[in-house]
Design a protein around this ligand. Structure first.
Ligand SMILES: Nc1ncnc2c1ncn2[C@@H]1O[C@H](COP(=O)(O)OP(=O)(O)OP(=O)(O)O)[C@@H](O)[C@H]1O
Length: 342
C-alpha cells in the first residue's frame, strides 16, 4: 500500500530577477512509496530533492499535480489542516537543527509540547527514546557538548517523539565522518525495522543508498531518470546519471586513465563479464575459458554485495587465438553479460 503518492508534480519557482526565466525545480515527477519501505532519492545539487521533500511535508505546494500522504491529499489542504499531517511526518536534517539553549531532554520534549501531549506522559516517552538512541547518560547535556553523531541521534529521537508514520531524512549523514555515518544509518535501519516507519532518505551519496535503502529514485534536473530496487539499480544501471552514481562505489568496465594503463600492460583482448547472481556464473566463465584453452588474467573489477545479494564485474585479459576466444565468449554470453572493452 502506498503511503506517499506523488502524481505528475511540477513545481515552478518564479524568476529571481528579470534576466532569469522561471525555474521548474520539479518537472512531471510521479513517485509511489510503499508503507514500510526505506526509499532513497539521490541526485546532484539542484536536482530537486529538497523541493520534493518539502512537498511531502507540505512546506511547499505543487504548481500542478497531486501529493497524497497517508491517504490525505496534502497539496489541497489549508494551512490549518496541515498541522495534523505534519505531526505524522518526522524530519531529520543535515545540520541537526537542534535548539542549542535546550538540553537533549528539552530538545526531545519540544515536539511533544507542540503536539499537546499531556505533560505527565513526557517523561516515559523521552526516556524510551533516549534508550532507543543510546543517549541516556547525555539527557542533560547541551548540543554543543555532543559529537556530530550524538547530535544526529538527538535529531532522530526528536523526530520520532510523536510516533510519526513517515521519517524524512534530508542529507542526514552528509555532515558526518564515515564511521559516524555508519552508526546513524544503522540507527535509521532500526527505526524502520523496529517501528515499521517508512523512511525517505535524500542523499547525494550512493553508499547511503547501498547501506539502507530498499528502493531508489535517481533525480536529475527536476525529473526522475531511473528508479527501482536497489540491487537492480546497482547491478544494471541504465541512465547515464545512475551509472555515474553507481561508479562512485562499484568498479565496472574500465574507462579513461584506468583503461589506458591496462592497455599498456595487456595488448590483447580485454573483456568484462558482469553477473547479477554471484558464484555460479563466475565459475562457468572460468570453466568455459579453460575448456576453450583461452588464457586469462583478472586485471580489474570485483564482486559487490547489496541487500545480501552479490553481483560483479570482472575484467579479464584474454590470450589465445581469436576463434577460440569468440567461441568461448558466445557460450559465456548465455550466463553473464559480456562487454569487450575497446
Ligand atoms: N524557494 C526557491 N526559489 C527559487 N528557486 C528555488 C527555490 N527552492 C529551490 N529552488 C531551485 O530549485 C532547484 C532545485 O533545488 P533543490 O534544493 O530542490 O535541489 P536539491 O537536489 O535538493 O539540491 P541541494 O542538494 O543542493 O539542496 C535549484 O535550482 C534551486 O535553486
Amino acid at each position: 500500500m502506498s503511503i506517499i503518492q506523488i502524481t505528475d508534480v511540477t513545481k515552478v519557482f518564479p524568476a529571481r530577477s528579470k534576466a532569469e526565466t522561471p525555474l521548474a525545480a520539479l518537472d512531471g515527477v510521479s513517485l509511489d512509496i510503499e508503507k514500510g519501505d526505506i526509499y532513497g532519492i539521490i541526485g546532484y545539487s539542484g536536482a530537486g530533492k529538497s523541493t520534493l521533500v518539502r512537498l511531502i511535508n507540505a512546506l511547499e505546494k505543487p504548481t500542478s499535480g497531486s501529493v497524497v500522504v497517508d491517504g490525505v491529499e496534502v497539496s489541497a489542504l489549508r494551512e490549518s489542516a496541515l498541522r495534523s499531517v505534519r505531526l505524522g511526518i518526522g524530519m531529520v536534517f543535515q545540520q541537526f537543527n537542534l535548539f542549542n539553549s535546550r538540553t537533549v531532554w528539552g530538545n526531545i520534549e519540544y515536539p511533544l509540547t507542540v503536539a499537546g501531549v499531556p505533560k505527565e506522559q513526557h517523561q516515559a516517552r523521552i526516556s524510551e527514546l533516549l534508550h532507543f538512541v543510546g543517549l541516556v547518560e547525555h539527557a542533560h547535556a547541551y548540543p554543543d557538548q555532543l559529537s556530530g553523531g550524538q547530535k544526529q541521534r538527538v535529531g532522530i529521537a526528536r523526530a520520532l517523539a510523536t510516533s510519526p508514520a513517515i521519517l524524512l531524512a534530508d542529507e542526514a549523514t552528509s555532515a558526518l565522518d564515515p564511521e559516524t555515518t555508519r552508526e546513524v544509518l544503522t540507527l535509521l535501519k532500526r527505526v524502520n525495522e523496529e517501528f515499521g516507519i517508512t523512511i525517505v532518505v535524500i542523499t547525494h551519496e550512493m553508499e547511503v543508498i547501498r547501506s539502507i535503502a530498499h528502493k531508489v529514485a535517481v533525480m536529475e534536473k527536476g525529473r526522475i531518470v531511473e528508479r527501482g530496487d536497489v540491487f537492480d539499480i546497482f547491478s544494471a544501471p541504465v541512465a547515464e546519471a545512475t551509472k555515474r552514481f553507481v561508479s562512485t562505489i562499484v568498479t565496472s568496465v574500465p574507462e579513461g586513465d584506468s583503461l589506458d594503463a591496462l592497455r599498456l600492460r595487456h595488448p590483447g583482448r580485454i573483456v568484462t563479464f558482469s553477473f547479477a547472481d554471484g558464484s555460479t556464473a563466475q565459475s562457468a566463465v572460468f570453466l568455459t575459458l579453460g575448456d576453450a584453452e583461452v588464457g586469462f588474467e583478472l586485471i580489474y573489477g570485483g564482486i559487490n554485495e547489496v541487500q545480501a545479494k552479490t553481483f560483479g564485474h570482472l575484467t579479464l585479459a584474454l590470450t589465445g587465438d581469436d576463434a577460440s576466444i569468440d567461441g568461448a565468449l558466445a557460450r559465456i554470453a548465455e550466463v553473464a553479460t559480456v562487454t569487450e572493452v575497446k
